[in-house]
Ligand binder design. Structure first.
Ligand SMILES: O=C(O)CCC(=O)C(=O)O
Ligand SMILES: [Fe+2]
Length: 249
């Protein structure tokens, strides 16, 4: 099996940071070989016709590319995910997040899963294959926002988020004021994020190259998941190593 990650540390301290902040950055974690293969895979996804409204090749990326499929159950992927979620995990989705020059980015939002049961986690694993600068397709976060476990965070701009959802809230663990943070990350970076974290994406500059990115999402079973994008055929396919990971419950 080809290595996916370089050596890294994800022990109790790092896990505690993820739980406190809502996200955790592993800079340059992807091997050079993995970056090459991912670029190839995401280029192929990007070239597929997306005239249908469902954007199937992006939203079901692993079903359209064998390398992306193989990462669902890559031993290093599963180890990292289990270090966060524990032994009982399910695959949720794999979505290509390529952003070409001029892409408008994404408004502020959070995602749903088991709002009433914090023991059920939902983890997003972002692969920022060629990284990004804050002002060029950069991911934005609000430390501590995930602890509110609010699936309904929505804002069109930083100002709207500040004046709206953030206005009357603090970091539930530290008591500190909430703040918007713009990340910049190098090539090969992996970002872990709890799904209830507030996040948004700055636009990609006109004339910039494409930001190659894919997200893999996993969760503790227990609830239905709105984002569970996999076809029945794919669930039944028997992806090697993913036995027991593909079912809803
Ligand atoms: O494109 C990105 O960097 C983030 C996309 C996003 O919000 C998500 O996949 O949940
Ligand atoms: Fe998101």
């Amino acid at each position: 099996m080809e290595a996916l990650f370089k050596p890294y540390e994800f022990a109790v301290e790092q896990r505690a940071e993820l739980d406190r902040d809502g996200h955790f950055v592993l800079p340059g974690l992807l091997t050079e070989e993995a970056c090459g293969r991912l670029t190839e895979a995401l280029t192929q996804i990007q070239a597929m016709p997306r005239d249908d409204e469902e954007y199937l090749p992006s939203r079901f990326s692993a079903e359209y590319n064998i390398y992306l499929e193989s990462l669902i159950a890559h031993p290093q992927m599963l180890q990292l995910v289990r270090d966060v979620l524990g032994a009982e995990i399910r695959y949720d989705h794999c979505v290509a997040l390529n952003r070409a020059g001029g892409n408008g980015g994404s408004a502020w939002h959070s995602h749903e899963y088991a709002e009433d049961d914090p023991s059920l986690g939902f983890l997003r694993v972002f692969f920022y294959v060629n990284g990004f600068q804050a002002d060029d397709g950069g991911l934005k976060v609000v430390r501590g926002s995930h602890l509110h476990r609010d699936a309904g965070i929505r804002a069109e701009s930083d100002e709207e988020l500040l004046a709206g959802w953030m206005a009357d809230k603090v970091h539930p663990k530290t008591g500190e004021a909430l703040a918007i943070e713009e990340l910049s990350v190098p090539r090969g970076t992996v970002v872990l994020m709890w799904t209830h974290a507030a996040h948004g994406v700055n636009g990609r500059k006109m004339g910039s190259d494409t930001r190659w990115c894919v997200v893999y999402a996993y969760r503790n079973p227990g609830r239905t998941s709105r984002a569970r994008w996999l076809s029945e055929g794919f669930e039944q396919k028997g992806v090697v190593g993913a036995e027991g990971l593909m079912s809803l419950y």
